[in-house]
Design a protein around this ligand. Structure first.
Ligand SMILES: NC(=O)c1ccc[n+]([C@@H]2O[C@H](COP(=O)([O-])OP(=O)(O)OC[C@H]3O[C@@H](n4cnc5c(N)ncnc54)[C@H](OP(=O)(O)O)[C@@H]3O)[C@@H](O)[C@H]2O)c1
Length: 237
């Protein structure tokens, strides 16, 4: 029986790498991203895997339910949820764009909480599942000018840690992935890329995060990995 995953933020960066890797590994995947076009630009020549695309906006409260329905209608089940879509707003408090900051909080916190709430109800009915949350190393500590972004990730970590305890005797798992700097579109509007600001010679590639996810998926059933921090060499934080 093929396993089924729903991946948000699958049009770019980390989510795209995870979705493509899973399809290549034979999983069935619902890819979500507003800028996706069905089938366009993706390597979908899998070993038996397949993908369907959802372009729904995660800021709409009905989107989590619609994504669950798409997975069930298309593939009959759902085994993995990747709560991954996000933006970053990072600046000194006098300079930050309050509207963009609040939109980030709605996407990274509110829409993530709605997704987790919706999918866990289903996973509890079926008795199994695995929720991966892309938090950040800034879900474990903050730094100057990054309070809001860190707060969004702290919120995800707090919910995940609470759920880990609630679900510890079940076959439903929660894993927070905590990347350091990954070369994606996340910082595309920054005048200077953080790779230069932080003097990191080799940022992580999105594929490095997909590798780590597959390692977690392939571990033995009785092992739980609630948090996984992945940093590039030279990322001091
Ligand atoms: N890159 C890093 O260094 C880094 C480090 C730690 C953690 N993270 C976290 O990793 C996650 C993925 O980021 P990334 O680096 O891969 O960034 P990215 O390349 O910019 O991808 C962000 C994704 O979020 C989706 N998205 C944004 N707004 C959306 C909305 N309203 N509805 C649906 N989808 C939306 C985008 O799709 P559309 O625009 O097509 O909708 C895109 O697929 C984020 O949560 C980020 O905080 C990143």
């Amino acid at each position: 029986m093929k396993k089924v995953a729903v991946v948000t933020g699958a049009s770019s960066g980390i989510g795209k790498a995870i979705a493509e890797r899973m399809v290549r590994e034979g999983f069935c995947v619902v890819m979500n991203g507003r800028s996706l076009e069905a089938g366009a630009g993706f390597d979908l020549e899998p070993r038996g895997g397949s993908a369907v695309v959802s372009t729904a906006d995660l800021l709409l409260p009905d989107t989590p339910g619609a994504l669950l329905d798409t997975a069930l209608d298309s593939f009959g089940r759902v085994d993995y949820l990747f709560v991954n879509a996000g933006t970053i707003e990072s600046a000194a408090i006098d300079d930050i764009d309050i509207e963009k900051m609040c939109a980030m909080m709605r996407l990274k916190v509110e829409s993530s909480f709605r997704l987790i709430y919706t999918f866990l109800k289903h996973m509890k009915k079926t008795g199994s599942g695995h929720v991966f949350i892309t938090s950040s190393v800034l879900g474990t500590k903050t730094r100057e000018n990054s309070g809001a972004y860190a707060a969004a990730n702290y919120a995800l970590e707090a919910l995940a840690e609470s759920l880990r305890m609630e679900l510890s005797d079940t076959d439903i798992q929660i894993t927070c992935i905590e990347p350091g700097l990954v070369r994606t579109n996340l910082h595309r509007d920054w005048p200077v890329h953080p790779q230069e600001l932080l003097h990191i010679s080799n940022a992580l590639r999105p594929e490095d995060i997909a590798d780590a996810v597959m390692d977690v998926i392939n571990k033995k059933d009785y092992i739980r990995i609630p948090r996984l921090m992945i940093l590039p060499k030279g990322h001091r934080i």
